[in-house]
Design a protein around this ligand. Structure first.
Ligand code: GLA
Ligand code: GLA
Length: 688
């Protein structure tokens, strides 16, 4: 892909730096609010998200509005040339509302009505809540829509969860009727109704999945998850009606999340669908740096992966909406970022396509559960501590990067991630219940490219495949006929496809294909998978590939070869000397099948040979040791090169051509040494 046009996600032509600001927690402390304005300038910040959880400060009693404090804060930020990301406050509601209109409260899967409290816990179907949020949003748009400081809308906060109340059950049945043409037989067929006598003869018998009710009908589970995404989007769409009407030029985002330990994509909403409703993707990144279970480099690789997914959702720059200047308060161990890590981790986000470094939060609160969450301003209210200073340094560095804003990072390689597949695969009662690890398997296929600085897009199944030379599709257990036919065309037209074990097994209803997998896959790969052998954690098999032996853990597909070229053979067990890895020419392209769960050493060597064959190369070659990552953003004439040391010691890297240090303006050539955790951002002219 070679589209070097800039895409500005907002009207700001500078890197955004700032974050969640909650002055509503400090309204009785005008001295603190005044200090904030001074400290914001000392921290080199320019953008603040306001009002995220401010409903009770904006409407303390039903119909009584108190926007004056917000007027003043916005004006103050505007006075110092700052910009505002204005939130709609639906992420948490005032007690008066839950008390007067209990229908806004969620009912959980066990059918227990929740009490008022916490946040992110409203019913997505409630008519009252939809009316209340839309009214509040209209007032915000009327009051602030033409304010010159308004940069963007931040809709609600981290949408998540599901509600099982009667209104949601009705909405679900309505959704099913639309999907299945009002024909209950189609539902029973799609859900394999006769199994355990699960045939319905009236729509009213259908209920959302529940631990005290139905949970074994996989088609139902899958449709419920799809409904939850659609109902969340429908709630979101209801929120944005007045904003689109009154402020059509102001971009709209909502902050996405990642699941924490392995930093895998957030599981409970299909963001590939949600992305289509947003102008800008933004997300909240909280990697556990310096943890005790993986190296800094391995965690950096995972951060790279998820950034490449969220950037690829719209194929444009995204925003880092939240991050912490140091520790969070909700990891099992909340370790401070070591000196240098804040700069490195922030710049890694920018390197992968973020046009911002924003924080949760600006100032630490004094009370409640987030009083120890890292913030720019600590309880000392001072600019003289390490964390504040490192934030100010990031702000200064971002000021040098205005030219990077809007640039992208073209890629020849794509890895496919699919939310529906993850749901269906996790639901599958089979294989190894603990060892499926679909997103982590994608990490394993991403790692060799990350190590070699070869840009990767992480795309979803509806995106265009045609611009890639190599498409990697690990563990695509659920694949519709449409997806299969698109993969086939990609190869027929000259693409190289890699698929693995446990792929192409069920269709979009979670019904298996007859014959092991779809006939079209058989044509494409020239093989037929006969059985998937699941291994115990201590079991191993081996393969021979290009004269070397590589270990297999957890999964091995027994393959019947039809017309494929055998790349590797199993060495052990009843399928010893049968194909483990195959390739097959199809049309202009080639399709590889990896039958067993091979490890990093294999992936490095296997993908190295594809890199050679397909002439896949970094955008800019920089020689370095493992643990250094080089990511490049490109405009029509410039390469912006981020060289990042994710190791625990100094590293020497070698530039092949002279580059300009974007911080100092200095020319650098040949070998350059980076301290532990150091990042150097350099530019070159690019001659494509
Ligand atoms: C039990 C049940 C069967 C089936 C098997 C599966 O034996 O009686 O219906 O579910 O378990 O192992
Ligand atoms: C999320 C929320 C924030 C805050 C942070 C803490 O990202 O959106 O309001 O609670 O977590 O890490």
């Amino acid at each position: 892909m070679s589209n070097f046009n800039k895409t500005y996600t907002t009207d700001a032509a500078f890197m955004l730096h700032g974050g969640d600001y909650n002055p509503d927690q400090w309204l009785d402390r005008p001295d603190i609010l005044a200090d904030d304005m001074k400290l914001m300038q000392l921290a080199n910040t320019n953008t603040f998200s306001l009002g995220i959880f401010a409903w009770s400060a904006l409407e303390p009693e039903e119909g009584v509005y108190t926007f004056e404090w917000l007027d003043e804060v916005i004006e103050n930020i505007h006075q110092m040339s700052g910009r505002i990301i204005l939130a709609t406050p639906s992420g948490a509601r005032p007690a008066w509302m839950s008390q007067k209109y209990p229908e806004v409260l969620r009912v959980n899967a066990s059918r227990q009505k929740q009490l008022h409290g916490g946040r992110h816990n409203h019913c997505f179907s409630s008519k009252v809540y939809r009316e209340k949020t839309q009214k509040m949003n209209r007032l915000l748009a009327e009051r602030y829509g033409s304010h010159p400081a308004l940069l963007m809308w931040h809709i609600s906060n981290e949408y998540s969860g599901e509600c099982h109340c009667d209104a949601c059950q009705q909405a679900f049945r309505h959704w099913l009727k639309e999907k299945y043409n009002e024909d209950l037989k189609q539902v029973n067929d799609a859900w394999w109704g006769p199994f355990w006598s699960h045939t319905f003869n009236d729509w009213s018998q259908i209920e959302s999945p529940s631990p005290i009710g139905e949970h074994a009908v996989h088609g139902l589970n899958l449709d419920w998850r799809r409904f939850v995404t659609d109902q969340t989007i429908s709630f979101f769409e209801n929120e944005v009606v007045p904003l689109k009407e009154l402020t059509p030029a102001i971009p709209i985002t909502t902050n996405f999340m990642a699941d924490t330990h392995d930093l895998i994509p957030f599981q409970s909403l299909d963001y590939s669908k949600f992305a289509k409703h947003l102008d800008v993707i933004s997300w909240d990144a909280y990697p556990a740096w310096h943890n005790d279970w993986e190296s800094t480099a391995d965690l950096a690789m995972k951060v790279g992966f998820i950034n490449d997914l969220y950037r690829s959702l719209k194929q444009q720059p995204f925003l880092l909406m939240e991050s912490t200047p140091s520790a969070v308060n909700w990891h099992p161990v909340n370790k401070a970022k070591r000196p240098g890590m804040h700069m490195l981790s922030s710049m890694q986000m920018v390197a992968h396509g973020s046009d911002s470094v924003l924080y949760f939060q600006w100032r630490k609160s004094r009370g409640s559960s987030e009083k120890f969450h890292g913030a720019v301003v600590d309880h000392d209210n001072s600019a003289d501590n390490r964390v504040f200073q490192e934030v100010a340094e990031v702000g200064a560095a971002l000021q040098q990067l205005s030219n990077v804003v809007g640039t992208n990072r073209p890629a020849d390689v794509a890895i496919l991630y699919d939310w529906e597949n993850n749901w269906a695969l996790n639901d599958a009662q089979g294989f190894g219940l603990q060892s499926k690890r679909y997103p982590q398997t994608l990490h394993d296929h991403y790692r060799p490219f990350w190590e070699r600085d070869i840009p990767v897009d992480v795309i979803t199944k509806e995106q265009d495949f045609s611009s890639y030379k190599l498409l990697i599709v690990p563990m695509l257990y659920l694949a519709s006929e449409q997806t299969i036919s698109r993969l086939k065309s990609f190869v027929a037209d000259g693409g190289t496809l890699v698929m693995t074990y446990i792929s192409g097994i069920v269709n979009e209803y979670d019904l298996t294909y007859m014959g092991g997998w779809h006939q079209d896959l058989q044509d494409l790969f020239g093989i037929k998978p006969i059985e998937t052998d699941t291994l115990y954690p201590g079991d191993r098999n081996n393969v021979q590939y290009q004269g070397n032996t590589y270990e297999i853990k957890e999964y091995a597909t027994v393959i019947e070869n039809q017309s494929a070229h055998v790349e590797a053979l199993y060495q052990e067990d009843f399928y010893a000397q049968t194909p483990a890895v195959t390739s097959n020419s199809h049309g202009q392209g080639k399709a590889y099948y990896i039958g067993g769960r091979l490890q990093d050493d294999f992936h490095r060597d296997f993908y190295q040979s594809l890199m050679n064959e397909l002439a896949l190369a970094p955008a800019v070659a920089v020689q370095h040791e493992k643990g250094v990552s080089v990511q490049v953003r490109q405009s029509k004439d410039k390469n912006y090169i981020f060289v990042m040391n994710f190791t625990e010691e100094a590293q020497t890297v070698a530039f092949e051509e002279a580059v300009k240090d974007m911080e100092t303006g200095e020319e650098l050539a040949g070998e350059v040494t980076l301290a532990k955790y150091e990042v150097k951002i350099v530019e070159t002219l690019h001659n494509q």
